[in-house]
Design a protein around this ligand. Structure first.
Ligand code: HEC
Ligand code: HEC
Length: 341
């Protein structure tokens, strides 16, 4: 008898403890995806869902295309390299590159790149690309015309546009695009990437637990990252000779040279033009900078180097959000300094 009472108590205690376990308040978890948080708050699904019905779709294949330019299809055959000139990571990072995801600031980004040993590039990171709803924003229509309008609201068209126009390669097949999209879902934004104040955090947790103020909570979450990467085209400076810079930051100029220019030009990696740390190279860049042809750093940084039918490899330009005027000046000052050393 005593035994069975004890047993009864034990069962009740277990039920009570699991019940209270179930009722534990939901809390924000840093490695949870922002997408699942928004869905839990009742937000609509992202417009680009992965179509798993296409044969051969896999995030691993997507990752291989992005990093190596090719993969193996579902029949086990190696597919043709996407581009002879580039891979996606020539121009895009695959990790977080901005300390504060609600602003696109090249100074913050360069500091963050130095702290985290990242390249500093023309394309926006593909980390969190699936969380965006607008692509090739603002001035990009000036470069790609009508193609931009198809890509602006559609990530699949954005990927295809980049494969053929940015990477100057063959068009991707449907299963390849879907595989890339699947991989992009692996590198989507995480709750820990967003900078909530403690008040905002409490507000969101309350909305999750008490089913109140959900739309306000969604708004708070969405205010913490950009829904599209802004892009402003700027002209290079007209005056390029005998420049005098007021306290240039040579260290920052060096960082741009190393994390940007050398990313593609070291050992002629993505370009026939080899850049290195010799005095000769800096003297060449410094002298050519004064001119108005494509050998001038100003010309290539602000206008890029165009692609021709016979010569497809080209250099993408830097928008104001990817390199600002101060950074351009610091780079020039560093190149001049190294040329005269
Ligand atoms: C030669 C440089 C280069 C290569 C190679 C390249 N891209 Fe891009 N990509 C860009 C630039 C520049 C943009 C312009 C918009 C931005 O990223 O800020 C862009 C835009 C994009 C966008 C839209 C981003 C946005 O938020 O507007 C996606 C998605 C993208 N690229 C995917 C890819 C994929 C996938 C590959 C490889 C198959 C690739 N890119 C290869 C330079 C490149
Ligand atoms: C995403 C890769 C990439 C980055 C980053 C990059 N370049 Fe280039 N650059 C190229 C490619 C590709 C060309 C085209 C020439 C070719 O086909 O090799 C080029 C061309 C040039 C040219 C013209 C060469 C000539 O004489 O015709 C200059 C000068 C140049 N780059 C300087 C720079 C400087 C300075 C930086 C850093 C701010 C930089 N590049 C960053 C890829 C890049």
């Amino acid at each position: 008898m005593i035994k069975s009472i004890c047993f009864g108590f034990a069962v009740i205690i277990i039920i009570l403890s699991t019940a209270s376990f179930n009722e534990q308040p939901v809390q924000l978890v840093p490695n949870e995806t922002v997408n699942s948080l928004l869905l839990a708050l009742g937000d609509a699904q992202l417009p680009h869902q992965i179509d798993h019905s296409i044969e051969g779709v896999s995030a691993k294949r997507g990752e291989e295309i992005i990093k190596n330019g090719f993969t193996v299809n579902h029949k086990g055959n190696k597919v043709r390299k996407q581009s002879k000139h580039f891979v996606c990571t020539s121009c895009h990072n695959l990790v977080k590159e901005d300390p504060n995801l609600s602003v696109s600031d090249p100074e913050d980004r360069l500091r963050y790149a130095i702290e985290n040993d990242l390249p500093f590039l023309q394309g926006t990171t593909l980390y969190g690309a699936v969380n965006r709803t607008s692509f090739y924003n603002d001035d990009y229509y000036k470069k790609y015309g009508d193609l931009v309008y198809e890509a602006r609201g559609d990530i699949r068209n954005a990927i295809q546009l980049c494969a053929t126009e940015c990477a100057q390669g063959r068009a991707l097949e449907d299963w390849e695009i879907e595989s890339i999209l699947s991989y992009l879902y692996d590198i989507d934004l995480k709750v820990g990437d967003l900078r909530f104040t403690s008040i905002e955090r409490d507000f969101i947790e309350k909305a999750l637990n008490e089913e109140t103020s959900k739309s306000e909570a969604i708004e708070i979450v969405k205010s913490k990252f950009l829904s599209g990467s802004p892009a402003t085209f700027v002209d290079p400076p007209v005056k390029r000779k005998n420049l005098v810079f007021d306290k240039p930051d040579l260290q920052m100029g060096k960082m741009i040279y190393e994390r940007s220019c050398l990313h593609c030009h070291a050992n002629g990696k993505y370009s026939y033009l080899t850049l290195d740390n010799t005095k000769l190279t800096f003297a060449h860049l410094s002298k050519k900078a004064n001119g108005y042809k494509r050998h001038s750093m100003y010309q290539v940084i602000r206008y890029g180097v165009p692609s021709y039918v016979m010569k497809k490899s080209y250099m993408p330009h830097y928008t104001a959000e990817r390199m600002n005027e101060d950074q351009l000046n610091n780079l020039r000052a560093y190149i001049d300094y190294m040329a005269k050393r």
